[in-house]
Design a protein around this ligand. Structure first.
Ligand SMILES: *Cc1c(COP(=O)(O)O)cnc(C)c1O
Length: 243
């Protein structure tokens, strides 16, 4: 059997994930792989599904809705889990709340409030992560580490969203030591917030997610405690329009 390159790439990424986890003394099963299919068509998703992948990340609402619908009609018996990871405009929250299982890029209370209010009653609570501007760049979206605690407590009290953890897209750098430093800072912030949620709400069991690590910095993210890596180009290849 000739394997598709997506299938080969996926196996290679899973092997790297496992190797990085074991090197860090972690159980590879603690680290979930999100395949970021933005800019690629439903055929690419189908190839990844054939290779065993079930969780997919998307950045653009219109593109994602079309793909979600196509995937459902082409693969009606296979349940896929869709994660929204892109910037959120408030006029898109209803569509996001209706069609995704997770949203990683929540960075304003108003957005979390709308997602909670607009989550269809027949669906389970929407899993959300608070996006943090961890490397402190002016241009990046995300809340400042200083504002995180208060926002997390407010979001944790909303009825139809489940605050699962923190997400970051750090400034790209080849400097491995810097990658570690930034991911470590996100992990420490997550630990601090978990303690505060525990104190305030009596439990922080569901606040279990650190969404960090992309194709260029997955190893460092895993070494520093990532529980969900978001991998696009190392699975699907180079993207040909805006990322
Ligand atoms: C595009 C994107 C990714 C995947 O990036 P790669 O470098 O292709 O692995 C991950 N997270 C977010 C938020 C993205 O926008």
């Amino acid at each position: 059997m000739i394997m598709s390159s997506i299938s080969n790439n996926l196996q290679a990424v899973l092997l790297d994930l496992r190797t990085a986890a074991l090197a860090a003394g972690r159980d590879p099963a603690e680290i979930h792989l999100l395949a970021v299919s933005k800019t690629f068509g439903v055929e690419a998703v189908q190839e990844a599904v054939a290779a065993g992948q079930r969780c997919f990340g998307e950045n653009y609402v219109q593109e994602a809705l079309q793909k979600i619908q196509q995937a459902a009609s082409l693969m009606p018996t296979i349940a896929l889990e869709w994660h929204f990871i892109g910037p959120i405009q408030s006029n898109k929250t209803r569509q996001i709340a209706s069609h995704f299982a997770w949203v990683h890029s929540v960075d304003r209370f108003k957005i979390a409030e709308r997602l909670s209010a607009q989550r269809p009653a027949e669906l389970p609570a929407l899993n959300i992560c608070l996006q943090v501007n961890i490397s402190g760049e002016d241009s990046k979206s995300g809340v400042t580490p200083e504002d995180c605690l208060e926002l997390a407590c407010a979001m944790n009290a909303l009825p139809n969203v489940k605050l699962r953890g923190l997400m970051a897209v750090p400034e790209a750098t080849d400097d491995i030591a810097r990658q570690h430093q930034v991911f470590r800072a996100l992990r420490e912030l997550k630990e601090q917030i978990a303690l505060a949620l525990q104190a305030r709400f009596g439990t922080a069991d569901q606040f279990d997610t650190l969404s960090m690590g992309m194709s260029a910095d997955m190893q460092a993210a895993i070494a520093e405690g990532s529980t969900m890596v978001r991998i696009g180009s190392n699975i699907f290849g180079k993207r040909h329009y805006a990322s």
